[in-house]
Design a protein around this ligand. Structure first.
Ligand SMILES: Cc1cc2nc3c(=O)[nH]c(=O)nc-3n(C[C@H](O)[C@H](O)[C@H](O)COP(=O)(O)OP(=O)(O)OC[C@H]3O[C@@H](n4cnc5c(N)ncnc54)[C@H](O)[C@@H]3O)c2cc1C
Length: 352
């Protein structure tokens, strides 16, 4: 089924990979997306974005797909710092002036369905990119494992959208050239039927923790907690237990979660590293977290993933087809476009 030659192979079919397949489909005959995860897996990585994220979805032509996921738009938030509470309203600049959050269990399948809907995109899942064949001219092809069988195929371009822990980036020689260790542990769970407004979010900034509650679907909320590692070490408690305790103790979210229902387990990640890898080389390109991982504490990962997909799309569009694109200079273009996000996030991750 997958034998032969593909214009484009994309490893990873979540935000970055699915958006890239969608965006490059007009410039390719055949695109193969392989994603290692199971469609039913719970994915404890949130996707919340602001006006700039809406613009990024729109630039890729995916905003309607995202809006159809049914998440409410938020136009302001209740913002607590210590005991001080302020009600904020987001500035109304244009039609994109709202924040939104969609659970990955809804967003990722919608993006993959949009890519598939192009007609020339084949999605194999679960399937894993196992190896990369390189010669002097760059990537020649890849080995894909699906249903226990390894298959070698060739391609004009390999896009790695396989996340911050990408092993394939090393295989093409894309070593990280900038790394910042993060002291933040990011946790989340989804809840149903909370007696909270659906057009506002909630932020609580306390000593070494940030609690955020965001409506993200019909009667559905994501409650996220960023914990500083020093707080976890002091408490000597499992981060998921701390999450439960701190969510319940919060004066705004605590009573709400008592009244509603937690719909998922508590998941997340800690001991993460912000990193930058080169964006492209001969026959390969890195999009999303694989090439540029911003700590989730500033919630800019989604937009960064979309921006890298858009930068690649623009190069390919200029050439007219995937195989003809000149991919030199993408690293510099991406780093310049994301410099402010990096500086802002690094300041929170590594203060002083
Ligand atoms: C707890 C948490 C909260 C977050 N909150 C926010 C937020 O509010 N806002 C925001 O913008 N960002 C947030 N982020 C960051 C955001 O989730 C990431 O930036 C985003 O998921 C990056 O998307 P991606 O497609 O690059 O990678 P991923 O979403 O990591 O997807 C990578 C995919 O590649 C697959 N894969 C891996 N290896 C292979 C292989 N060899 N072959 C095939 N497939 C493979 C994986 O199975 C996975 O499906 C958060 C992250 C965490 C951890």
């Amino acid at each position: 089924m997958i034998a032969g030659h593909w214009d484009l192979v994309v490893a990873g079919g979540r935000i970055a990979g699915a958006a890239t397949a969608w965006a490059l489909a007009p410039y390719a005959e055949r695109i193969l997306v392989v994603d290692a995860s199971r469609p039913t897996a719970f994915w404890p990585q949130q996707s919340t974005w602001d006006r700039t994220g809406n613009l990024a979805w729109a630039e890729l032509g995916l905003l309607d797909t995202v809006l159809a996921c049914g998440a409410p738009r938020t136009y302001g938030d209740t913002y607590r710092v210590g005991d001080e509470v302020v009600e904020r309203v987001y500035p109304l600049e244009d039609e994109y002036s709202y924040r939104m959050s969609v659970s990955r269990e809804v967003l990722d399948p919608a993006l993959l369905a949009a890519a598939r809907g192009r007609g020339n995109v084949t999605v194999l899942r679960p399937a894993q990119l196992r190896d990369i064949a390189l010669d002097a001219g760059g990537v020649r092809g890849v080995t894909v494992r699906h249903a226990g069988v390894d298959r070698e195929i060739t391609c004009d371009l390999l896009v790695l959208a396989d996340g911050r822990l990408s092993r394939n980036a090393e295989r093409v020689g894309a070593a990280a050239y900038r790394v910042v260790d993060s002291p933040w542990f990011a946790l989340l769970a989804y809840y149903e039927n909370l007696p909270l407004p659906t057009d506002r979010s909630y932020f609580s900034l306390q000593d070494r923790s940030v609690l955020i509650s965001t409506p993200c679907g019909d009667k559905q909320w994501c409650v996220a907690l960023d914990l500083h590692q020093s707080l976890i070490d002091e408490a000597g408690e499992h981060p998921a237990r701390m999450y439960d305790r701190m969510v319940r103790a919060d004066p705004h979210v605590g009573p709400a979660v008592e009244a509603g229902r937690r719909a998922t387990s508590v998941g997340g990640a800690g001991r993460m590293r912000m990193l930058r890898r080169p964006m492209s080389g001969p026959g390969w390109c890195l999009v999303g977290d694989a090439g540029y991982h911003l700590d989730p504490v500033t919630a800019q990962g989604t937009r960064a993933a979309l921006l890298t997909a858009r930068i690649l799309r623009d190069r390919v569009a200029a050439a007219g087809r995937v195989g003809a694109a000149d991919l030199t200079g993408l690293t510099e273009e991406r780093d310049a476009a994301l410099e402010d996000d990096w500086a802002y996030t690094e300041q929170i991750v590594a203060p002083g």
